[in-house]
Design a binder for this molecule. Structure first.
Ligand SMILES: [Zn+2]
Ligand SMILES: [Zn+2]
Length: 265
């Protein structure tokens, strides 16, 4: 697999390392390119690119891209949340993700740990975790439809904090149904090892039934580490490659200066 990662967080949002430190880690790991994709601005969340700071944010990435030109391609991206502004024209690509859902006018974070998400489930969804998941997937589909991101971010991240039974046929149907719906507007999904790198999960997002659905419908995949620490820049990529092959994928997508290309695996 030609090495690259488009889902990288830096000190420009909630990552531990600077852009340059991540680029150095990528060079050390033999990457041909690296994309920075910090969190889009969310009101009240200090771990996001600041309000009206998108130009400054992209400028900081472009400076490093120039410094490393000829050694590695550095792209400026954004992890674009449903409830964020995004000046699309500034970026080389955007990853469409959902971290918040609208609970009767109050935005609730769905990746703030088990306890908080349990509270959200009890308070707003009558304790029914499937209803919570439904709202998450509805929000994701709406986001992708309205904003047409280049990549769908951590498709089923709701599984982690909600504690939903991923073997429950109703959940599988909901998730695969959402994937099928989303593919009307975006057919490229990241295969995200972020939670694996943090030791919270033993498989990437999306889980296998969704990967199979993407394959069946002719979608494409792109491995990503969603790293918040440069140490994890290519965490689990070998495992992902094996998994993708076992599902039947024969290629993965990669961003180049001329747009996305497909590399055989
Ligand atoms: Zn995210
Ligand atoms: Zn992320």
């Amino acid at each position: 697999m030609i090495k690259s990662n488009l889902h990288t967080h830096t000190t420009l949002s909630d990552g531990r390392n600077t852009v340059a430190e991540n680029v150095e880690a990528a060079l050390g790991a033999g990457f041909v390119s690296l994309g920075i994709s910090d969190h889009s601005y969310v009101e009240g969340d200090t771990g996001t690119v600041g309000k009206d700071a998108e130009e400054r944010y992209v400028g900081a990435i472009r400076t490093e891209a120039e410094r490393y030109a000829g050694r590695i391609d550095v792209f400026a991206g954004l992890e674009f949340d449903r409830f964020s502004p995004c000046r699309r024209e500034l970026y080389d690509y955007v990853i469409g993700s959902v971290h918040l859902i609208d609970c009767g006018g109050r935005l609730c974070q769905i990746d703030w740990g088990h306890e908080f998400v349990k509270w959200v489930t009890d308070e707003f969804f009558g304790g029914d975790v499937l209803k919570l998941c439904e709202e998450y997937f509805r929000t994701l589909a709406e986001h992708v439809k309205e904003n047409r991101p280049d990549i769908v971010g951590h498709f089923d991240v709701i599984a982690l904090s909600s504690g939903v039974d991923e073997d429950d046929p109703r959940y599988i149907e909901m998730a695969t149904g959402c994937a099928a719906e989303i593919m009307k507007w975006c057919t490229r999904f990241e295969v995200n090892t972020g939670a694996m790198g943090r030791g919270d999960r033993d498989k990437p997002y999306p889980f296998r039934p969704v990967l199979e659905e993407i394959k069946k419908r002719g979608g494409t995949v792109i491995p990503s580490s969603d790293c918040h620490d440069a140490f994890n820049i290519n965490f689990g990529f070998d495992e992902v490659e094996k998994l993708l092959r076992s599902v039947g994928f024969t290629s993965v997508d990669r961003l180049t200066k001329d747009g996305f290309v497909s590399d055989p695996i």
